[in-house]
Design a protein around this ligand. Structure first.
Ligand SMILES: Nc1ncnc2c1ncn2[C@@H]1O[C@H](COP(=O)(O)OP(=O)(O)OP(=O)(O)O)[C@@H](O)[C@H]1O
Ligand SMILES: [Mg+2]
Length: 348
């Protein structure tokens, strides 16, 4: 074979290999979870056969109300807790067999802040770096990079107790990144932040993902999952009830959602009986003073709906027609709205 031909064959092989390597289907999953179950002592089942798969380099949101099992999942995946059964791999490493190796590959920002309020931003980061075996010029450079990266450089000499909520959360994330992890866990990163700080943090999280980090975050905020995550798993009582992209999940629901607020509570049976004859409505659900229904064309379904309710003596305060939201998806899969699920958990 001539030298030229040899070179061409080599080039072809190289390009095929590169193509294969960049095929997302062939990239190892960042997180694989199979049938995880866990019951805490004196508690209900926190996880009940949870399955997940998070693609490398993506943002994945675990969306669920209070008590759904989000933090328990994160604790198991970050080796802080053990499941009763099931298995999980993070960055390709088994969390039960090789917890030490998993810890070196991950960063974790817990629901409760890990920032030491009595130390400055720089001291917090330096200490965290030392815990991970960094020192000298290498450590200083890493701390400076992260302070810059999270716009904390000018506040780096102030004690963290003087930071705003958004600044503290950014410092928390910087702490989780000090050792350059491949997978980052964020447990409710924006809870308690004002809308501006939340939007800023969303930008940061999206940027980290664009740089190749795989991120699993948990959230109560439907909007957060919708905005940030390529894939969402909705969890309820310890297992996944629906999974997919926000668009695919919303796409499961055809038509519009119609929500009627009643002026005063009325018996469920009376409402259901009245609306049974409104053919354009489907999936009618009554909860307290709110009636949810679906209709192919929301606007045209409203007049007959109001007529039927009025004829049954049910007084209406307001009506809202909307395109499907993740809340509708949640309602479809769990039979309750997100707010109801949160209230139920709070009363448990
Ligand atoms: N250490 C514990 N001991 C006993 N029960 C626990 C413990 N931790 C969690 N639970 C229970 O397990 C269930 C799942 O809790 P988990 O903290 O995983 O929920 P979550 O989805 O993170 O909720 P939140 O949105 O409120 O943070 C809840 O019923 C909770 O009360
Ligand atoms: Mg939690």
């Amino acid at each position: 074979m001539s030298l030229r031909l040899q070179f061409q064959t080599y080039q072809k092989r190289l390009s095929a290999t590169l193509k294969e390597l960049s095929n997302p289907e062939l990239l190892p999953a960042a997180i694989e979870v199979r049938s995880l179950s866990k019951t805490y002592r004196y508690s209900v089942k926190a996880l009940d056969g949870l399955n997940l798969s998070v693609a490398g380099g993506s943002i994945f949101a675990l969306l669920g109300p209070n008590g759904a099992g989000k933090s328990t999942t994160i604790k198991i995946l970050t080796t802080l807790s053990k499941p009763d059964s099931g298995e999980a791999r993070v960055a390709g490493i088994d969390v039960l067999r090789e917890p030490q190796r998993v810890r070196r590959s991950i960063g974790c920002v817990a629901q409760k802040s890990g920032v030491d309020e009595n130390c400055t931003g720089r001291e917090n980061l330096t200490l965290q770096g030392q815990l991970h075996g960094l020192h000298g010029a290498d450590l200083k450079q890493r701390v400076d990079t992260l302070l810059d990266r999270f716009s904390l450089a000018s506040a780096s000499a102030r004690v963290a107790s003087t930071y705003s909520g958004g600044m503290k959360r950014k410092l928390d994330i910087a702490l989780g990144l000090i050792h350059r992890p491949r997978v980052l866990f964020l447990d409710e990163p924006t809870t308690g932040l004002d809308p501006e700080a939340r939007a800023e943090l969303w930008e940061e999280i999206a940027r980290l993902s664009a740089e190749g980090l795989s991120i699993l975050l948990t959230t109560h905020y439907l909007e957060e999952a919708d905005r940030l995550a390529q894939n969402i798993a909705i969890i309820d009582r310890g297992h996944v009830v629906a999974e997919g992209t926000a668009e695919a999940l919303k796409g499961e629901l055809r038509g519009d959602s119609v929500e009627v607020e009643l002026a005063e509570a009325a018996p469920d049976e009376a409402i259901n009986a009245a609306l049974r004859n409104v053919a354009v409505l489907s999936e009618v659900q009554v909860s307290a003073k709110t009636v949810h229904a679906r209709a192919e064309h929301g606007a045209t379904a409203v007049p007959p709906m109001l007529v039927a309710l009025e004829a049954a003596g049910v007084k209406v305060a307001s009506v809202k027609v909307a395109r499907p939201t993740l809340d509708d998806v949640y309602l479809r899969h769990t039979g309750k709205t997100f707010q109801q699920a949160e209230a139920q958990q709070a009363n448990r």
